[in-house]
Design a protein around this ligand. Structure first.
Ligand code: 9WN
Length: 447
């Protein structure tokens, strides 16, 4: 049963309260119960929302994340707080002895999509609409954060841009941020947990009303087995791309990388940073990433597909990630229009039975669609925000407004669900999810 829709003012107040309640001072946890730590891409979206409350606090969020950056440039996917209650925690990751990991924090040993430069640029823009003091704060931070972010992008370009297909390689489904998406079913079929997988007890299923909203036990065994493989390779960047049984060229992450490289290059230009060689690198990586997305796109439909790097197979699974080319402007006009029609048509965001007309993680017409299970059907507000933001950037103002309005419809009960049942709009997974609150604030303030 859904709660009544809140007015924009009340919704904004509630969103701000979520961010404040989840704030430990140095970081905003991804959610209070299920995810009591900092997640890399969540932190970027959270910082975008925080900027509407306090630009200084938004800067602190990214600062905290950057202070956990590994010495080789990787930004880890989790920065752990002292909280217990999430598994796998720092002991299971075993990164304490890894030389690249900074000594003052405990982190996981993999990464997540590189949306941080996109967030930084958004925060600078938000500050410019606020006060002169905020502009100075944001621009000074942008200058300070620029080099660490460049090093992060260089790490991805060096260690993760596949030489064979140009896509960014992920070595664990968690690196995509879309953990149990059907995109990964076939690559995970290669992952066979060994008898020496140390025993463990799941805690995530305790944080939701119905364990069926989370990945299955079988999937968890595979997630934990890959961690074991990466840990045994000491998380060395050259080793993990050969040691993990899961090695996939991820079109969605690659599209985000293209966007983020351009944003970082633009920020250098706007801040008059004297880094011409590095800007040239970023432009070249953006072009390469965009090309790779285009190259891994079906020439008739425009759908983009991941590549299993173990055997070179192109995925045939169509999910929300198939629309990656629209994020980074990878396609010629005709194909782009075709893809956009598909996204907004009855198979996807325009499905007549949807509660809110934004993209579900899997098409309701797909036989594998599961309306309640995590990345296998539900709508994720943060994903709807990403597309609406990209539409706005692309100059598709009307479409951006429609998606903002529909996104707000999805979150308008003020529970800030992690994801939503597409037909009823019921919040699922965690509630008081910080990135949902953050993108709500952005929607309420923009275009
Ligand atoms: C594993 C925190 C994270 C998000 C991911 C989402 C989920 C973790 C989990 O929660 O992943 O990293 O335990 O399920 O899939 O996108 O960053 O919100």
């Amino acid at each position: 049963m859904r709660l009544p829709r809140l007015s924009p003012t009340t919704l904004a107040d509630r969103a701000a309260t979520v961010l404040r309640d989840n704030d430990t001072g140095a970081l905003v946890t991804a959610s209070p119960k299920l995810y009591p730590h900092m997640w890399s891409w969540d932190a970027a979206f959270i910082a975008i929302g925080l900027a509407y409350l306090d630009v200084r606090r938004a800067v602190t969020e990214l600062d905290t994340l950057l202070s956990a950056q590994w010495s080789d440039g990787m930004i880890p996917h989790i920065v752990f707080t002292e909280a217990t209650g999430y598994f796998p925690g720092p002991d299971r990751w075993g990164t304490d002895a890894v030389p690249q990991c900074p000594p003052h924090v405990r982190t996981s040993g993999i990464c997540q999509p590189p949306v941080h430069a996109i967030a930084l640029r958004r925060i600078v823009d938000t500050a410019r609409r606020a006060s002169q003091a905020d502009v100075e704060l944001a621009e000074t931070f942008a200058t300070r954060a620029w080099r660490p972010l460049y090093r992060w992008h260089r790490w991805l370009a060096r260690h993760r841009m596949s030489e064979s297909c140009g896509l960014i390689t992920i070595v664990h489904g968690w690196e995509s941020g879309m953990d149990n998406s059907p995109r990964w079913d076939s690559p995970y079929a290669h992952v066979r947990p060994g008898p020496d997988l140390p025993p463990y007890v799941r805690l995530d299923t305790l944080g939701v009303e119905d364990p069926d909203e989370r990945p299955s036990d079988d999937e968890y065994d595979r997630y934990l087995w890959i961690i074991e493989q990466l840990r045994r390779a000491d998380y060395a960047p050259e080793a993990v791309v050969t040691n993990s049984d899961f090695r996939v060229g991820d079109v969605f992450t690659t599209a985000l990388f293209a966007m983020a490289c351009d944003d970082l290059a633009d920020l250098a230009h706007e801040s008059s940073l004297e880094v011409p060689g590095k800007v040239a690198d970023l432009r070249a990586w953006a072009a390469r990433a965009r090309e790779a997305v285009a190259h891994n796109t079906d020439p008739d439909t425009g759908f983009a597909y991941d590549r299993d790097l173990r055997n070179g197979d192109t995925s045939k699974t169509t999910t929300i990630a198939a629309f990656s080319p629209l994020l980074c402007s990878a396609l010629p006009d005709r194909l782009e229009r075709r893809l956009l029609e598909e996204l907004t048509g009855p198979g996807w965001a325009g499905h007549p039975e949807l509660h809110a007309a934004v993209v579900p993680s899997v098409s309701p017409n797909d036989p594998g669609f599961d309306a309640r299970r995590y990345w296998r059907g539900p709508q994720w507000p943060v994903m709807a925000w990403l597309f609406s933001f990209a539409f706005h950037r692309r100059g598709w103002a009307e479409l951006a407004r429609q998606w903002r309005d529909q996104g707000l419809r999805l979150v308008s009960d003020g529970s800030f669900g992690e994801y939503y049942e597409p037909f009823t709009g019921e919040p699922l997974g965690s509630t008081q999810q910080s990135w949902t609150a953050a993108v709500t604030l952005d929607w309420l303030h923009s275009w």
